[in-house]
Design a protein around this ligand. Structure first.
Ligand code: FAD
Length: 419
């Protein structure tokens, strides 16, 4: 068994950012990253690919190019953690030992939870911006649709980037409007939830776009089955008297799959009731195993699952984890920041930024950018600046606007445990 000072499960937004943050603080750390994928994706760019703004290629790079130079990369997945023995078993059977573990495997997209969907994705007008290879198909469907019915579905929460299902819809509607076709296209937003967006402050701006584009909103409508060849979708509709099924015909269907925590988290005893990583929401330390930290989409903390959240979480995990080596109290606090740039039209964005409990946490003062209104500045940020900030700052441990809050210090339960 090889033992590393720190093992990180996952080399996505969270895994790479936290490794870079740690190395920025202490160059000599012995860090291993377990990550099976040969490519690293900037998923927030996929909404823009589906809207014809970004090229697909601009959203991904070789994993090797984002791996910090001094980490050991295990090109396989983690299949089980044994917290008591401080070990992780890899997909290829190897076992790694660790002194500290960071769990950051993202979440699993459950395409098979919707009957018939997997087999028809990418044809028969069925698409999703939640897959790299399908986002370009969204844009080609949008361009070719001249009339008919377009459905946009949203599964039950939690999902990553909760605004993404409607972002795809607004960008599509804006294109059809500019082409003079919107009057011939019947657009429905079929949402398993009961509101447009979880934080009420942003809802009025979104409602104005729903009205402007003539979108029919169907709440408590959960997509359960798709028949591609006959272009029909089945929805379970919740009402006062239980659920009933409704069938809808479509010419285009943009779907978002239900999402769940990777299974190994619960199987390793690291999950909460929902199977998500059971972390302290402020310190991001595991509630039962103080040598384990976590961040990103796999976390059970009640923040918006976004790359923007990861940008703030990475330095918190880095500082707090290092403090456990010296037995110091955990110094850094994460206040639940997450951000969802809602692309309401090509050229304007409602920049939702909020923390735990829906508390607004805007980066800019209102006179520069009012997040509750559509602004050109926010579009400029999303289309021009955020990808660069992601690749050049976040993934390299430069903590742009991400300096952690200080917390009231309490002793860690690990005690002194020098690395
Ligand atoms: P990921 O980046 O998904 O990375 C997880 C990594 O772990 C992957 O590389 C995977 O291969 C690896 N992995 C999985 N299982 C294992 C295992 N068992 N062992 C080892 N490795 C494993 N965020 C925003 O901030 N703004 C946006 O506008 C935005 N829009 C989005 C639009 C779309 C369409 C999508 C899909 C996402 C969007 N997001 C947005 C969300 C953002 O991409 C995620 O929140 C972010 O990528 C989370 O980082 P992560 O590292 O937790 O997960």
């Amino acid at each position: 068994t090889t033992t590393h000072q720190i093992v990180i499960i996952g080399g996505g937004a969270a895994g790479i950012s936290v490794a870079a943050s740690l190395l920025k603080r202490q160059r000599s750390l012995d860090i291993a990253i377990v990550e099976p994928s040969e490519v690293h994706s900037y998923q927030p760019g996929w909404t823009m690919v589906g809207g014809g703004v970004f090229s697909p290629e601009s959203t991904r790079r070789p994993m090797a190019s984002v791996m910090p130079r001094d980490v050991s990369w295990y090109r396989t997945s983690a299949s089980r953690v044994e917290p008591q023995h401080r070990q992780v078993t890899l997909g290829d059977g190897r076992v790694l030992g660790w002194r500290r573990l960071i769990v950051a495997p993202g979440l699993d997209l459950d395409w098979d939870a919707i009957e018939g969907l997997s087999g028809t994705l990418g044809c028969n007008g069925v698409t999703s911006n939640y897959r790299y290879d399908l986002a370009p198909y969204t844009w080609s469907l949008v361009q070719s649709l001249k009339k008919g019915t377009a459905l946009f579905s949203q599964p039950p929460m939690p999902i990553k980037c909760a605004g993404a299902p409607q972002k795809a819809m607004y960008l599509s509607c804006h294109y059809w409007q500019r082409q003079g076709r919107l009057g011939d296209i019947d657009v429905h937003f079929c949402n398993a939830g009961d509101k447009l967006f979880g934080v009420q402050d942003y809802v009025p701006a979104l409602e104005r776009y729903v009205e402007r584009y003539g979108i029919h909103t169907q709440f408590q409508n959960r997509l359960v089955a798709v028949d591609g060849p006959s272009r029909t979708a089945q929805f379970a509709v919740a009402g006062d008297d239980g659920e009933h099924m409704v069938e809808r015909r479509f010419d285009m269907l943009h779907t978002v799959p239900p999402q769940k925590a990777p299974r190994f988290i619960a199987e390793s005893g690291l999950g909460n009731d929902g199977g998500w990583l059971d972390l302290d929401s402020e310190t991001l330390q595991h509630r039962h195993y103080p040598a384990i930290f976590g961040l990103g989409d796999a976390s059970g903390t009640p923040n918006a699952k976004t790359a923007a959240a990861v940008r703030k979480q990475a330095p918190v995990v880095a500082e707090n984890l290092l403090a456990t080596f010296s037995g110091d109290p955990l110094p850094a606090a994460y206040l639940g920041y997450g951000s969802c740039p809602l692309t309401v039209e090509r050229g304007r964005i409602v920049l939702a930024e909020f923390g735990y409990g829906g508390e607004l946490q805007p980066t800019f003062p209102k006179w520069i950018n009012d997040g509750t209104k559509p602004t050109r500045l926010a579009w400029w940020l999303k289309a021009g600046q955020l990808p660069w900030i992601y690749w050049q700052l976040s993934l390299k441990g430069h903590e742009w606007l991400a300096r952690p809050e200080r917390r009231d210090t309490t002793p860690t339960s690990l005690g002194a445990d020098k690395a």
